[in-house]
Design a protein around this ligand. Sequence first.
Ligand SMILES: [Zn+2]
Ligand SMILES: [Zn+2]
Length: 238
Amino acid sequence: MEAPFTCCKTKECPNVCCMQCLNIFHFSCLNRTQRMTKIEGHKIICSQECARQKESNDDQLNKLFEEVGKLKDDIKTKNGLLEELEVGVVNTRNFKDGINKLHKENRQKDVYIQRLKRVSISFEEDVFSAEQNYIKKLDEQKQTIAELNKELIKQTELNRHLMTEVDSKSAVEEWLQKDLHDLEISKQNMLKVIESLSQENELFTTELRELRNKNDIIKTKSERTSNTIGDEILGTER
Ligand SMILES: [Zn+2]
Ligand SMILES: [Zn+2]
Protein backbone atom coordinates (compact mmCIF):
# COMPACT_ATOMS: atom_id res chain seq x y z
CA MET A 1 0.00 0.00 0.00
CA GLU A 2 2.52 2.55 -1.14
CA ALA A 3 1.64 5.41 -3.50
CA PRO A 4 3.73 8.24 -5.05
CA PHE A 5 4.05 11.79 -3.67
CA THR A 6 1.68 14.26 -5.30
CA CYS A 7 4.59 16.64 -6.14
CA CYS A 8 7.17 14.01 -7.20
CA LYS A 9 5.24 11.26 -8.95
CA THR A 10 8.27 8.96 -9.41
CA LYS A 11 8.98 8.64 -5.64
CA GLU A 12 6.99 6.25 -3.48
CA CYS A 13 5.71 7.70 -0.16
CA PRO A 14 5.90 5.24 2.80
CA ASN A 15 3.36 7.16 5.00
CA VAL A 16 -0.43 7.18 5.26
CA CYS A 17 -2.85 9.76 6.73
CA CYS A 18 -6.02 9.12 8.79
CA MET A 19 -8.96 10.97 7.22
CA GLN A 20 -10.62 11.32 10.64
CA CYS A 21 -7.87 12.36 13.14
CA LEU A 22 -5.51 13.64 10.38
CA ASN A 23 -2.53 11.86 12.09
CA ILE A 24 0.31 10.53 9.87
CA PHE A 25 1.62 6.97 10.27
CA HIS A 26 4.21 4.71 8.69
CA PHE A 27 2.13 2.35 6.58
CA SER A 28 4.09 -0.69 7.88
CA CYS A 29 3.66 0.29 11.60
CA LEU A 30 -0.04 0.82 11.28
CA ASN A 31 -0.56 -2.28 9.11
CA ARG A 32 0.76 -4.37 12.00
CA THR A 33 -2.05 -3.28 14.36
CA GLN A 34 -4.61 -4.65 11.81
CA ARG A 35 -7.02 -1.92 12.87
CA MET A 36 -6.49 0.21 9.75
CA THR A 37 -9.17 0.70 7.08
CA LYS A 38 -7.91 1.57 3.62
CA ILE A 39 -9.72 4.18 1.59
CA GLU A 40 -7.66 5.28 -1.43
CA GLY A 41 -3.93 6.03 -1.99
CA HIS A 42 -2.52 7.41 1.32
CA LYS A 43 -5.99 7.95 2.75
CA ILE A 44 -6.86 5.55 5.60
CA ILE A 45 -8.86 5.39 8.85
CA CYS A 46 -6.39 4.57 11.62
CA SER A 47 -8.63 2.87 14.30
CA GLN A 48 -12.14 1.60 15.11
CA GLU A 49 -12.67 4.74 17.18
CA CYS A 50 -11.88 6.94 14.14
CA ALA A 51 -14.11 4.69 11.98
CA ARG A 52 -17.08 5.23 14.40
CA GLN A 53 -16.45 8.98 14.51
CA LYS A 54 -16.23 9.14 10.70
CA GLU A 55 -19.48 7.23 10.35
CA SER A 56 -21.17 9.58 12.81
CA ASN A 57 -19.72 12.65 11.01
CA ASP A 58 -20.90 11.25 7.68
CA ASP A 59 -24.39 10.78 9.13
CA GLN A 60 -24.37 14.35 10.42
CA LEU A 61 -23.07 15.60 7.10
CA ASN A 62 -25.79 13.72 5.21
CA LYS A 63 -28.38 15.14 7.58
CA LEU A 64 -26.95 18.61 7.00
CA PHE A 65 -27.10 18.10 3.22
CA GLU A 66 -30.68 16.94 3.60
CA GLU A 67 -31.49 20.03 5.71
CA VAL A 68 -29.81 22.28 3.12
CA GLY A 69 -31.86 20.59 0.38
CA LYS A 70 -35.07 21.16 2.35
CA LEU A 71 -34.10 24.80 2.98
CA LYS A 72 -33.42 25.24 -0.74
CA ASP A 73 -36.86 23.80 -1.56
CA ASP A 74 -38.39 26.06 1.10
CA ILE A 75 -36.69 29.12 -0.44
CA LYS A 76 -37.98 28.08 -3.88
CA THR A 77 -41.55 27.78 -2.55
CA LYS A 78 -41.25 31.12 -0.76
CA ASN A 79 -39.87 32.79 -3.88
CA GLY A 80 -42.86 31.42 -5.79
CA LEU A 81 -45.24 32.80 -3.14
CA LEU A 82 -43.41 36.13 -3.24
CA GLU A 83 -43.87 36.29 -7.02
CA GLU A 84 -47.58 35.49 -6.65
CA LEU A 85 -47.83 38.16 -3.95
CA GLU A 86 -46.17 40.72 -6.22
CA VAL A 87 -48.62 39.84 -9.02
CA GLY A 88 -51.44 40.19 -6.49
CA VAL A 89 -50.18 43.62 -5.40
CA VAL A 90 -50.00 44.75 -9.03
CA ASN A 91 -53.52 43.38 -9.68
CA THR A 92 -54.88 45.13 -6.58
CA ARG A 93 -53.29 48.39 -7.70
CA ASN A 94 -54.83 47.99 -11.20
CA PHE A 95 -58.21 47.14 -9.65
CA LYS A 96 -58.07 50.25 -7.46
CA ASP A 97 -57.17 52.38 -10.49
CA GLY A 98 -60.13 50.87 -12.37
CA ILE A 99 -62.52 51.62 -9.49
CA ASN A 100 -61.23 55.21 -9.24
CA LYS A 101 -61.73 55.62 -12.98
CA LEU A 102 -65.30 54.29 -12.74
CA HIS A 103 -66.06 56.68 -9.86
CA LYS A 104 -64.74 59.58 -11.92
CA GLU A 105 -66.86 58.52 -14.93
CA ASN A 106 -69.93 58.23 -12.72
CA ARG A 107 -69.38 61.76 -11.41
CA GLN A 108 -69.09 63.06 -14.98
CA LYS A 109 -72.30 61.27 -15.96
CA ASP A 110 -74.11 62.76 -12.94
CA VAL A 111 -73.03 66.23 -14.02
CA TYR A 112 -74.23 65.50 -17.59
CA ILE A 113 -77.63 64.27 -16.33
CA GLN A 114 -78.03 67.35 -14.12
CA ARG A 115 -77.22 69.57 -17.10
CA LEU A 116 -79.76 67.73 -19.32
CA LYS A 117 -82.40 68.10 -16.62
CA ARG A 118 -81.67 71.82 -16.27
CA VAL A 119 -81.89 72.34 -20.06
CA SER A 120 -85.17 70.42 -20.20
CA ILE A 121 -86.69 72.44 -17.32
CA SER A 122 -85.64 75.79 -18.77
CA PHE A 123 -87.05 74.82 -22.21
CA GLU A 124 -90.31 73.78 -20.57
CA GLU A 125 -90.49 77.15 -18.81
CA ASP A 126 -89.86 78.97 -22.10
CA VAL A 127 -92.60 76.99 -23.85
CA PHE A 128 -94.98 77.62 -20.95
CA SER A 129 -94.39 81.38 -21.02
CA ALA A 130 -94.74 81.49 -24.85
CA GLU A 131 -97.96 79.51 -24.50
CA GLN A 132 -99.29 82.01 -21.94
CA ASN A 133 -98.46 84.92 -24.27
CA TYR A 134 -100.23 83.27 -27.19
CA ILE A 135 -103.32 82.52 -25.09
CA LYS A 136 -103.42 86.14 -23.92
CA LYS A 137 -103.09 87.41 -27.49
CA LEU A 138 -105.79 84.99 -28.68
CA ASP A 139 -108.16 86.28 -25.99
CA GLU A 140 -107.45 89.86 -27.01
CA GLN A 141 -108.06 89.05 -30.68
CA LYS A 142 -111.30 87.27 -29.84
CA GLN A 143 -112.48 90.31 -27.91
CA THR A 144 -111.57 92.65 -30.81
CA ILE A 145 -113.45 90.43 -33.27
CA ALA A 146 -116.49 90.42 -31.02
CA GLU A 147 -116.41 94.22 -30.76
CA LEU A 148 -116.01 94.60 -34.54
CA ASN A 149 -118.93 92.23 -35.13
CA LYS A 150 -121.07 94.32 -32.79
CA GLU A 151 -120.04 97.46 -34.69
CA LEU A 152 -120.83 95.76 -38.01
CA ILE A 153 -124.33 94.87 -36.87
CA LYS A 154 -124.87 98.47 -35.76
CA GLN A 155 -123.67 99.80 -39.15
CA THR A 156 -125.84 97.34 -41.04
CA GLU A 157 -128.86 98.48 -39.08
CA LEU A 158 -127.97 102.09 -39.72
CA ASN A 159 -127.57 101.32 -43.43
CA ARG A 160 -130.96 99.69 -43.55
CA HIS A 161 -132.42 102.67 -41.73
CA LEU A 162 -130.72 105.10 -44.13
CA MET A 163 -131.94 103.11 -47.13
CA THR A 164 -135.48 103.54 -45.84
CA GLU A 165 -134.78 107.24 -45.36
CA VAL A 166 -133.45 107.50 -48.93
CA ASP A 167 -136.54 105.81 -50.26
CA SER A 168 -138.83 108.20 -48.42
CA LYS A 169 -136.88 111.45 -48.73
CA SER A 170 -135.71 112.00 -52.31
CA ALA A 171 -134.65 115.58 -51.54
CA VAL A 172 -131.69 114.51 -49.49
CA GLU A 173 -131.07 111.49 -51.68
CA GLU A 174 -127.74 112.62 -53.07
CA TRP A 175 -126.30 113.54 -49.68
CA LEU A 176 -127.49 110.33 -48.09
CA GLN A 177 -126.19 108.21 -50.96
CA LYS A 178 -122.73 109.68 -50.45
CA ASP A 179 -122.91 108.84 -46.75
CA LEU A 180 -124.18 105.40 -47.58
CA HIS A 181 -121.26 104.90 -49.91
CA ASP A 182 -118.77 105.91 -47.18
CA LEU A 183 -120.47 103.60 -44.75
CA GLU A 184 -120.29 100.76 -47.25
CA ILE A 185 -116.53 101.30 -47.65
CA SER A 186 -116.10 101.40 -43.89
CA LYS A 187 -118.06 98.14 -43.65
CA GLN A 188 -115.82 96.51 -46.31
CA ASN A 189 -112.72 97.63 -44.43
CA MET A 190 -114.02 96.24 -41.19
CA LEU A 191 -114.74 92.89 -42.87
CA LYS A 192 -111.15 92.84 -44.15
CA VAL A 193 -109.78 93.53 -40.66
CA ILE A 194 -111.94 90.78 -39.19
CA GLU A 195 -110.75 88.39 -41.91
CA SER A 196 -107.08 89.14 -41.27
CA LEU A 197 -107.53 88.88 -37.50
CA SER A 198 -109.22 85.47 -37.92
CA GLN A 199 -106.28 84.29 -40.06
CA GLU A 200 -103.85 85.53 -37.43
CA ASN A 201 -105.82 83.63 -34.81
CA GLU A 202 -105.54 80.43 -36.80
CA LEU A 203 -101.79 81.00 -37.17
CA PHE A 204 -101.42 81.49 -33.39
CA THR A 205 -103.39 78.31 -32.70
CA THR A 206 -101.18 76.30 -35.10
CA GLU A 207 -97.95 77.69 -33.56
CA LEU A 208 -99.23 76.93 -30.07
CA ARG A 209 -99.96 73.33 -31.09
CA GLU A 210 -96.45 72.94 -32.57
CA LEU A 211 -94.85 74.33 -29.44
CA ARG A 212 -96.79 71.86 -27.28
CA ASN A 213 -95.69 68.96 -29.54
CA LYS A 214 -92.03 70.10 -29.33
CA ASN A 215 -92.26 70.33 -25.59
CA ASP A 216 -93.63 66.76 -25.40
CA ILE A 217 -90.82 65.45 -27.64
CA ILE A 218 -88.11 67.16 -25.56
CA LYS A 219 -89.65 65.88 -22.33
CA THR A 220 -89.64 62.29 -23.65
CA LYS A 221 -86.04 62.65 -24.90
CA SER A 222 -84.82 64.02 -21.61
CA GLU A 223 -86.50 61.22 -19.65
CA ARG A 224 -85.15 58.61 -22.00
CA THR A 225 -81.55 59.99 -21.80
CA SER A 226 -81.79 60.19 -18.03
CA ASN A 227 -83.01 56.56 -17.87
CA THR A 228 -80.32 55.28 -20.24
CA ILE A 229 -77.49 56.95 -18.33
CA GLY A 230 -78.98 55.71 -15.07
CA ASP A 231 -78.92 52.15 -16.45
CA GLU A 232 -75.30 52.56 -17.55
CA ILE A 233 -74.27 53.65 -14.09
CA LEU A 234 -76.07 50.69 -12.56
CA GLY A 235 -74.34 48.46 -15.13
CA THR A 236 -70.83 49.69 -14.26
CA GLU A 237 -71.45 49.38 -10.53
CA ARG A 238 -72.63 45.80 -10.90
ZN1 LIG B 1 8.19 16.32 -3.72
ZN1 LIG C 1 -7.04 8.29 13.20
